[in-house]
Ligand binder design. Structure first.
Ligand SMILES: Nc1ncnc2c1ncn2[C@@H]1O[C@H](COP(=O)(O)OP(=O)(O)O)[C@@H](O)[C@H]1O
Ligand SMILES: [Mg+2]
Length: 393
């Protein structure tokens, strides 16, 4: 939803090169556009992903959460190219992975995405070091001599250098997962994708493996991690919630925790993602309001006019905060001008009045939360205005 909307508003069609940072017109390291995955078997068809739009920037640590069967593994398998999508597109860096042929795809993955599984998936007949050298051999990366050195270096990095010449079966689960992470790093890929990497580890070991991911993110890797563990997920820089094959807008969930999952899906479907360039006016003071906005990236400035015709930035709002509700609830005109941050710009989830009202109707808790905000903001606005007037008196 996000991507396709932005695309419609901004750049041109899917396969036409545009002004994006990457070859296929994408601005983000990873972009999914309306990705559908339907499994077909003798038992019939099952659509596990129902039109996913997702954007991930380089350096993000994204936790993917959701109930069992919600499509988390399917999503990761689409992004890594382990499995094929049914329709839509996935852009990773300069590559549109749905266009890669099978042979090319494996090599592309070997160089660009390190994959980590719940059950480690180390080759049982190879030593730890040999397991790590395998992807280097496969992608013809590094010289034969360098491969062994690099494997040793990576084993050191993940803290199991002393296990280099042992077979996986002689290692503990935590040690095997560390070897698997070293293997994922073999060709120094920019992205790591991990499907429940701590799901088979005790909580202490899970913690140490998770800290290793945090270190890798700090060193510049981009990580997608499916997890059941909400406490670990909270420590990622971002959470993507899957429900029944659809992504729930995370800031909607954070802003209105009282909504049920079904209400969140419905609301996510009804929002319109909009991007504003730095300095763009989103709400003009005095104009008639028509929309409700939740900030999803970047910032906005709340601007009040001064008596001498100058303006003053009363405050800024960041992701997760919302605006437009005062006017929609009270009627009347916008009480302040809201402008995209002059440097960062802003991305918002916009709701039409009718959608906003159905959001309120869906939950008394949301209704009450919004009305509390309305009263607070009117009070703040009046206080700021009287301060301004005093300054000019
Ligand atoms: N190969 C397959 N064939 C048919 N259905 C599948 C297949 N793989 C997964 N599914 C179904 O797709 C849905 C999503 O599965 P999955 O992505 O594994 O969910 P999660 O990882 O969130 O538990 C489930 O209902 C699952 O039964
Ligand atoms: Mg799974």
């Amino acid at each position: 939803m996000f991507g396709s909307q932005l695309r419609k508003n901004g750049s041109s069609g899917a396969k036409t090169p545009s002004n994006g940072r990457y070859r296929n017109g994408n601005d983000h390291l990873i972009e999914l556009h309306d990705v559908v995955k339907t499994y077909r078997s003798a038992a019939g068809e099952f659509t596990a992903l129902k039109g996913i739009d997702l954007e991930v920037d380089g350096g993000e640590f994204v936790a993917v959460i959701g109930k069992s069967g919600s499509g988390k593994s399917t999503l990761v398998n689409m992004i890594t190219g382990i499995d094929r999508l049914t329709s839509g597109e996935i852009l990773v860096g300069d590559t549109a992975i749905q266009n890669l042929k099978e042979g090319k795809l494996a090599e592309w993955r070997g160089r660009n995405i390190g994959v980590i599984f719940q059950f480690f998936q180390l080759l049982p007949t190879l030593t730890a070091a040999e397991n790590i050298m395998l992807p280097m051999d496969f992608c013809r990366m590094y010289s034969t001599r360098e491969r062994r050195e690099r494997a040793m270096h990576l084993l050191e990095l993940v803290g199991v250098a002393d296990q280099a010449d042992k077979l996986p079966s002689t290692l503990s689960g935590g040690q095997q997962q560390r070897v698997a992470i070293a293997r994922a790093l073999a060709n120094d890929p920019p992205i790591l994708a991990a499907d429940e990497p701590t799901g088979n580890l005790d909580s202490k070991t899970a913690e140490s493996v998770f800290s290793l991911f945090e270190t890798l993110v700090a060193q510049g890797k981009t990580i997608l991690m499916v997890t059941h563990d909400r406490d670990l997920a909270r420590r990622a820089t971002r959470t993507v919630i899957l429900s029944d094959g659809a992504v729930i807008e995370e800031y909607l969930a954070k802003t209105f925790p009282a909504l049920t999952e079904a209400q969140l899906i419905e609301a996510t479907r009804n929002l319109e993602p909009v991007k504003f360039l730095p300095g763009a006016v989103i709400l003009q003071q005095g104009a008639a309001p028509d929309k409700f906005f939740i900030i999803t990236r970047g910032r906005v400035e709340v601007v009040l006019p001064e008596a001498n015709g100058q303006e003053i930035v009363a405050t800024t709002m960041v992701k997760g905060q919302y605006f437009g509700e005062v006017e929609l609830r009270r009627g009347g005109h916008n009480i302040a001008t809201i402008r995209a941050d002059p440097v960062l710009g802003v991305e918002v989830a916009a709701f039409e009045r009718a959608e906003f009202e159905s959001l309120l109707a869906a939950s008394t808790a949301v209704h009450d939360a919004i009305d509390r905000t309305v009263s607070e903001r009117i009070a703040e606005n009046e206080a700021a205005r009287s301060r301004l007037e005093r300054n000019h008196a």
